[in-house]
Structures are given as structure tokens and as C-alpha cells.
Design a protein around this ligand. Sequence first.
Ligand SMILES: [Fe+2]
Length: 332
Amino acid sequence: MDEFLSPAEQHFVVSRRQFMPIHPRVFRANTIPGIDLYALKATGSSPELYHAAGEELSESFHDQLHSNGVSGIYIDAGDMEKYVQYLEGILNSIVIDEDIGLDERAAILYDTAQLFMGLLVKNPQLADASRRVKNIVEKTLHFLHTAPMSFAHLLKAASRQYQIHTHSVNVFIYSMTLAQRAGLGNHAEVCQVGMGTLLHDIGKSKLTPGIVGANRPLTDSEWQEMHQHPAWGCELIQKWNDIGKIALDVVRHHHEKLNGTGYPDELKDNDISFYARIAVIADIYDALTTEHAYQNAVNSLPALRLMKSEFNEQLDDDLYESFASLIVTSSN
Ligand SMILES: [Fe+2]
């Protein structure tokens, strides 16, 4: 197996064309990628065409990257939608490929999910969205069952900078894992929790630009708008095929609190489902542990302590304890 060639951090803009670093490993031998691939061959240079879109990739494509002195593979940012579709198509073969380390598989899976969610947040009318969400949920579930360390590797791959799409993927990963740890064994129900949590903030795509990511406290009217996002999310996705009641419940009720102080329905105690309670815990934890424009990230243990001291009356005790133990064991 050749060495893991991770995407370089640097993006390039050459003659107004933007080049994005990608994982070379995702391109499978004997397939036609359908996307021009660009290579960075030397420090200080710019990406140049390395493999044309319509040509089949050889068996030795990955080995040759190193022997050809390639330090990074890039695509034109205009090909991002095609790239994400390619990733979704090969995700199953990546997830089960034991020649690829768990860390690299986790990174590719995480990137596929966050890039897809980035497209969906920009365009919630994206074609075939429910099938595509379900595909990512099922492949992630498969990966989580692959090895005990799968969850920890996904956490390492997760972005700690708050953006709607990365936050959505983080909450989804925490929730799928917590749901199973808390005893949810029904595959269809776990998938519904996955779809609901991946889509939980999709209603934020309708917010006035500038509200998400504002580096100041929101005004009263902006808060009123923010409080609409669970209902807006539900409205957006309830017409999709394959969206069940559990996923809709998670989207609508991921801000409800056991003491009735949540929104939009101010539900209390047993009126809040087991599924929504999972999402509430995952959502708060990820909000605390990621960097926001207005708030620094808190480390995992202080975040868990803060949840206990500040949000105790709002959260399900048993689920909180399961979640805390999951985070503590996975961080060691
Ligand atoms: Fe939310």
C-alpha cells in the first residue's frame, strides 16, 4: 500500500480559476473519473493538468503519484458537484476497502458528507436529495460498525470550525453513535435518526444572510427568525420521499428542552421523543466544542461539565450519561 497522500490545505486561484485539494485515494482504478485532475508537483508551483476527465484511471495511478513527485491532487472548484456525486457513488467501495486505513476512510467519508451537505445548504432543492442523504447515512452506519475505533476516527476527521454543513455532519455522527449506544437496535429507526440529524439545521438555509456566522449578538428580530429554522426545515423536507416521521420529528424538535424552555413547540418531558432528545444533546455538545465567530470552542471535558451544570434540567439524564461516557472513552 502506498503512503496516505492527504489533501494539501492550500487552495489555489490561477487566472481566476479556483483549485480545491482532494483525496487522491477516492479515484478508483479502472474507472473514468469524469473530472479533470490537476497535480501539484513542486512547492511554489501551481496545479497543472495531470489526468483528463474522460480517460480511464490505471491500476498504478496511486503508486505513480509518488514516483511522479506529486504532492497534491486538485480539481477545478467548478467541478465540485461532479466530484461530490463521484464520491457518493464510490463511498461503499471506500468504506469496505481494508487496504485503506480507518483514518483515511473516515476522512473521505466525513468529507463526502460535509461536501454534500454544503451543496444541500446552498440549494435545498438539489436533485434526488433524499436518496443521497439516505446513502450517506447507510454508508456511515456501515463504517461505524466496521471497527470499535471508527467513531473516534470520524471525530478526528471532523471540522472544529462552525459552519452549518459541518455542524450538521458532526451532530449526525454523534447522534447515530449515541442512538445505538443507548439501545436503539432497529436499523430503519437508526437511519431515520441519521437522516433527521444530518438535516436538522437545513431550515437555516432560509435565514437572512449574515445571521449565521454573525460575530455579534443577534437582535430580537433576528432571534425570532432563527427560532423558525426547525419548522422551516420540516417544511422543506416533508415532501421528499423516504423521509419518515422520526426524521421529521428530529428536525422539528431538536431545540426542545425537557423543562419546556425550548422551541418551536415548547414541548416538555415525555412529549419530547427519545430521538429528539438524542439530537438535543449532540447539537449542544457540538455547538460548545466548535469555534464560532462570537464564541471560542470549549474542550470536550469542560463542555460535558458545562452541559451538566448549565443545561441539566433541559437534557435527558440517561442519554447525557451515555453520551459523556462515549466521549470520554473515545477521546482517550
Ligand atoms: Fe438548530
